[in-house]
Design a protein around this ligand. Sequence first.
Ligand code: SR1
Ligand code: MG
Length: 420
Amino acid sequence: MVETTAYKPLDMDTLAHRLTSVEAITQRIGADGSKWKVKEVGDGNLNLVFIVEGPLGSVIVKQALPYVRLVGDSWPLPLYRSFYEFHALTRQAARDPGLVPEIYHFDEGQALIAMEFLSPHVILRGKLIAGERVDDLASRLGRFCARTLFRGSDLSMKAAQRKADAALFLGNVEIIAITEGLVFCDPYFDAERNHHTEGLNALVGQMRDDVALKTEVQHLFVKFGANAETMLHGDLHTGSIMCTDTETKIIDPEFGMYGPMGFDVGMLIANFLMAYFSQPAHRSDQDLAGYQAWILDVTKDIWTSFVAEFTILWNSERDGMLYPKSMFEDQGHSSEPALQAVLSNIWFDALGFCGIEMHRRTLSLAHNADFESIEDPATRAPLEARNLMMGCDLILNRSAIGTVDALTMLAESFNRKAVL
Ligand code: SR1
Ligand code: MG
C-alpha cells in the first residue's frame, strides 16, 4: 500500500518504517525493514538522496525538500519538481532506453522517487577532477542528446501529443525560475546570491559593464523561454552524469522543460570546457597535456556523435509536422540542406548557452567542484579567468565558430593565455 499521509521528509531513522509498505521496493531489497541499511548521500543542491540496502539488493530513494537544500528554508521550492523528474525520466527511458535509472516507485504526495541504484557508478565530475577516463563517454552523451531532443520535438512527435506534453511541463515554473535567474541574469550584475574568487574583480566588472554582452545573453534568454522546441533535460552538467570506466548514465532531470535543443548540448559542452580549464590545478605536469587533450576529444566527439545520430533520426523517424517528407523526399527533393540548417542553428545556440553556463558556474550561486575544489584562490582565479573570457567570446562571436574543431582550438588558445 502506498503511503497517503501528508508530506514529511524522510530521515535515516524513519525511512525503513515508512517504506516497508512499498512492494516495488521490498521485492527488490527484501521485506524486513529492520535489516535495511540507510545512508543519506545527497550532495546536490536541492534534494534528499538515500541509498537503501537490504538483504536482496539496494535502491535509491530521492525525495524533494520544500526548500533549496544549498541555501536553506529561506528559499522555499515547490515539491512538484519530483513530478517533473518522474515524467522526464519516463520519457527519456523511452527515447534512449538504458541511459537513465529505472524507476521502481513514484509517490507524488511525498515527492519521492525510488529508483535503480547505479553501482559502481560515480558522478562524472568527480572522475574528471580525478583524471579518469570513461570509454564511449562522448558517443553515449551525443546519442542521448540526439535521441531525447529529436524524439521529444515536432520533428518526431504527433503535434497534439507534443503540445499536451509541452503544456504539462509548463507547470515546472519555480524550478525553471532558478535557471532563469541564476543562469541568465545573476552573473551579469551584482546579484545578492553571487560570489566569485578574489582576483577576478576587474574582469567581472568589465563583463558587467559590457552592454553588448548582456544584450546577447538576453537574446539567448529569449530563445530559452520562447522556443519550446523539445523536452530538455534542463540541467545537463557533469554532476548529472554517472559513470563507471565503461558505462554512462544520465540522472536528475528535475529541471525538465520544453526549450531549444541547443540548451542541453551547450550546457554539456560548457561543463567539459570547465573541466578542461581547471585541469592545471588537478594534474601533474606529466599528465596534464594528455588528459586535457582527452577532454577536448570527448567534447568534439559529443558533437560529432550528436550530428551522426540526429542525421539517422532525421532520415528514419522524421514523422512529425516539421520538414515533412511530403514536402521534400516525396517531391524528389533532398532535405539534406534543411538538415544542415537545423544542425547549424542548434550549434550556434549551443555555443551561446555554453558561454553563459561557463559564466554562471563561476559567478552566480551554484559553482562547480572543478574550480571550487581548487583551494588556493591565487591558483583558481587565473583558470576561472580563462573560462570567463572564453565564455564572453562564445556569447559575442559564436557566429564565427563554425565547427567543433574551431571550438576546441579556441579553448586551447585561451588555455595558453597569460591572464591576471
Ligand atoms: C539553487 S539550485 C542551483 C543549481 O543546482 C542545480 O543542479 C541546477 O544546476 C541549479 O541551477
Ligand atoms: Mg541536479
